[in-house]
Design a protein around this ligand. Sequence first.
Ligand SMILES: [Zn+2]
Length: 121
Amino acid sequence: MNKVKKVVNFVAAVYREKCPNCGKGHVFEEKTAILNIPKMNDRCSACDYRFEREPGYFIGAMYLGYALSIFQGLITYLLYHFFLPEIAIGWVILLVIVPMLFLVKKNFKWSRILYIHIFPW
Ligand SMILES: [Zn+2]
């Protein structure tokens, strides 16, 4: 039961984009324009935890972002495959790519937050 609670807290902290150390401060600036790349805060506003250890620290997060995108695309494809089995493959490809494009910004954030949760100081 305690493990379930830990997993739920972990997923909630990543989803809500909170600090891996205290779970209160925001990892990213809250307001950015829709087409801008999200700007990461240097430190947590609540506990002063430094998010970026060294230059290039988040290169590994790209692999997580890739995995997240593939996973989301696969889930979307499976939903179309089971609920709309007669739809043409061209439409399926388009309908898989469009949601993936909408999730690019979220995946950028979630991959970095996952990375600092997986590899903390
Ligand atoms: Zn914090």
